[in-house]
Ligand binder design. Structure first.
Ligand SMILES: Cc1cc2nc3c(=O)[nH]c(=O)nc-3n(C[C@H](O)[C@H](O)[C@H](O)COP(=O)(O)OP(=O)(O)OC[C@H]3O[C@@H](n4cnc5c(N)ncnc54)[C@H](O)[C@@H]3O)c2cc1C
Length: 378
């Protein structure tokens, strides 16, 4: 069967694919999104939902650069998204604490905090007592200090995906859910069509936003995409009156309390291929860790556990690039542990690339070229 053609086919209906589709449609491109399950059914619906502007990633980029810009663009877009599409994504900038369990780590945090402050990003250094005052629910033994960023926050990732998909639909995106991509047809060095379980789709441009499966999709077009799955297990408690007020990062496991009062505790980082099973010993272990850090969890029942597959790139940074070979194939994957932090910004950057606009941030950080002389890039 042959389906009506589109300018762009986006493969994947997670946070990245829906953000890309929404942004491209707003820029006037005709877009079809192909998703083999449903919107947000993989990593994008299975994560903790932290959106942190200052966190572990800041240690690598102490003078805020492209990674910060990508996060900032996303976080700012989330402030407006609810009103744009009429879905509350429960985004709140409740502020977050980045913790240090050693003096070395504290030095890294201080270096990054100084750099961020020089660029006008509010980050305040805390001693151990300051950390305790900032989040009294957190048990502070062994914590030597940290930093507080009022811009760090949290959202409901399933609602984020739903809102992005809703925005995309309203701007005319055709959503083919329950539809699997089987092949990418290339001719004369460029992409021409995508073969799906619902039929063939002629197109000029294809966006690979297939998350942990991006390497499989890349292989369909003869491109090596260095992304592999990294399993993360999570658990959810029954609701309780709010006692965790900040987003905590830098000490595992991380936890946040949803608007309804449930506590999400997560997540492991495991190299087990595409195995999405929840393993009782690991869950028990991180439940124990969570109890030590958040004693108020004691007595709360666990009502659900699940696992998701992060799309892990070798350096944990996204891969966003419009390729020359085959021409017309754009990569938007490898968002690793921070795909929610980067989704809307990725949509904007991919739109810049596919519409010929000047990219809103430096592209080198995100290109495949950075792996050229590494084992993964060979
Ligand atoms: C436990 C855990 C905690 C996390 N916590 C956070 C956090 O707090 N903050 C944060 O920013 N990030 C977090 N992340 C990371 C974040 O979830 C991911 O980076 C992000 O969801 C990746 O989005 P994606 O759209 O690339 O992938 P996915 O959401 O996995 O979407 C890819 C989609 O492609 C589809 N697909 C694959 N192959 C095909 C095919 N052949 N045809 C059609 N469709 C196909 C899949 O069905 C899937 O829906 C966490 C992840 C985990 C697992």
């Amino acid at each position: 069967m042959t389906l009506a053609p589109s300018d762009v086919v986006v493969i994947g209906g997670g946070a990245i694919g829906t953000a890309v589709a929404y942004s491209l449609a707003r820029a006037g491109r005709s877009v079809t999104l192909v998703e083999r399950r449903g919107v947000g059914q993989e990593a994008s619906g299975a994560n903790v939902g932290l959106v942190t502007l200052f966190s572990g990633h800041s240690f690598d980029e102490p003078d805020p650069g492209p990674i910060y810009e990508l996060t900032r663009a996303s976080a700012d877009a989330y402030l407006a998204l609810g009103d744009e599409v009429g879905i509350d994504i429960e985004y709140e900038r409740c502020g977050g604490v980045v913790l240090a369990e050693s003096e070395d780590k504290l030095r890294l945090i201080r270096r990054a905090a100084d750099g961020y402050r020089r660029h006008g990003v509010p980050v305040e250094m805390l001693d151990a007592a300051g950390v305790r005052d900032c989040e009294p629910a957190f048990h502070h033994d062994g914590i030597v200090g940290g930093a507080f960023c009022p811009l760090n926050g949290q959202l409901n990732p399933l609602l984020l995906c739903r809102a992005l998909a809703q925005g995309a639909r309203r701007h005319g995106v055709r959503m083919l859910l329950g539809t699997t991509v089987h092949a990418i047809a290339c001719e004369g060095g460029r992409v021409r069509a995508v073969r799906t379980s619902a039929g063939d789709l002629a197109c000029e441009l294809v966006v690979n936003a297939a998350g942990a499966w991006a390497a499989e999709i890349g292989a369909l077009a003869g491109v090596k995409v260095p992304v592999k799955p990294a399993r993360g297990q999570i658990m959810l408690t029954e609701p309780a009156p709010r006692f965790i007020h900040r987003v905590i990062s830098g000490a595992e496991p991380s936890a946040r309390q949803t608007r309804r009062g449930n506590v999400i505790v997560g997540g492991t980082v495991e190299d087990v291929g595409f195995d999405k099973r929840v393993a009782a010993p690991t869950v028990t272990e991180f439940a124990r860790g969570a109890l030590e850090r958040f004693p108020r969890l004691r007595g709360l029942g666990v009502i659900r556990t699940w696992a998701g597959l992060r799309p892990a790139s070798p350096d944990h940074k996204p891969i966003i690039q419009l390729l020359d070979e085959p021409a017309g194939l754009c990569l938007a994957t490898g968002h690793s542990r921070r795909g929610i932090c980067y989704a809307a910004g990725t949509g904007r950057l991919v739109t810049d690339l596919l519409t010929g606009r000047a990219p809103f941030l430096a592209l080198e950080t995100f290109g495949l070229g950075r792996f050229a002389n590494t084992e993964e890039g060979a």
